[in-house]
Ligand binder design. Sequence first.
Ligand code: SAH
Ligand code: SF4
Length: 419
Amino acid sequence: MTDPSQTADPPQMAPHRASAGFVEKTPLERYVPPAKPSLVGLSRVQLAEALGTVGVPAAQGKMRAQQIWHWLYVRGATRFDEMSSVSKELRAVLDRHFTLARPEVVAEQVSVDGTRKWLLRLPGEHAGEPPHEVECVYIPEAGRGTLCVSSQVGCTLTCSFCHTGTQRLVRNLTPGEIVGQIMVARDRLGDWLGTRGAEGGTGDRLVSNIVMMGMGEPLYNFEAVRDALLLVADGEGIAISKRRITLSTSGVVPNIARAGAEIGCMLAVSLHAVRDDLRNDLVPLNRKYPIKELLDACRSYPGASNARRITFEYVMLKGVNDSLADAKALIRLLKGIPAKINLIPFNPWPGTNYQCSDWATIEKFADFVNQAGYASPVRTPRGRDILAACGQLKSESERLKKHERLALEAMMIAGHGEA
Ligand code: SAH
Ligand code: SF4
């Protein structure tokens, strides 16, 4: 996965923009598990193993694991003493050895349009190092609520229009940290069985859809993302069906087939350009996996059909990729693939050379794509007000540069998806 051309760069010093040939950075494996590990993110089998380590007899392991699983992923227990079906003795043992900790919420913002954003701090910090932080955004809409989830702190890739790509620190999230984002959202929204939703909901779940469109390239943290999503989709637990989970990738071709086979969720592809020369600039990973290979992988994505279309994300960059000729080429390119096209107005960030296309240009592009028979919603930016406030909110806790943070905000809001 590491591009040999950039091994000379110490990862934490890696330049953030593509000098010719620079495709990706190397993640730092800095995760240091807490002394008392959390059970959040463990599968049934892993829970049974964990119970074995604290003296639960093997014959009881499966049954006890199932009980704890229910408290964790159906009830959303945050303390062992809530687990009324588990004996007091075992609860005490569990409490001595484990926690039910989710990522720590450092800040919460609520937009006038109902969008909520949580800044989460993760363990693995070393003195003098920037905090490991990710964000998670909840977007309520009529009939559904979408949670935009991060897969990495930062991103090893260096897409030229994306601010996350400029962040130097990159680390993969653990399955618990990925599942933990969904659990934090359910905690904060009161969205567990038996609790009343923050929005006044009673039966239906507030978090009904997941998009892996936050920080990071999910297919570069494949195993953790897979394990987390399989857990989230488990019908006896968090129970968000695979059709309501969308994974967005910048085009890690070999792992697209794996995602289809091993996860089976919906796929979104950050295409953004119709020619290799331009895509090489916008999404430098294209130099490894060019458009043809990427689209071939999409053609053979298991389960893709008219009912389960692949979403193609296309960021609208003024004068770069937004002409009618681009729109025409896009339609030609996607021929034969069950596709939706998601036009994303570019969210500018300080220091970027790109601008968002004019609204009239976006409309013209969208009209052409619609007339060609593709649904092409333009993503409406959500939570603009909390976006504006974010610099202030985080200035105390945060050692990332403010402009890095702002760009992340922009991307998170842009990335709320259509699933
Ligand atoms: N790394 C994955 C998923 C996260 S990004 C990927 O690239 O697909 C979610 C979406 O937001 C991607 O389509 C990404 O290209 C887009 N994006 C990133 N920065 C953006 C910006 N400044 N404005 C608009 N969209 C952006
Ligand atoms: Fe990473 Fe996606 Fe941003 Fe590219 S667009 S740098 S893959 S987060």
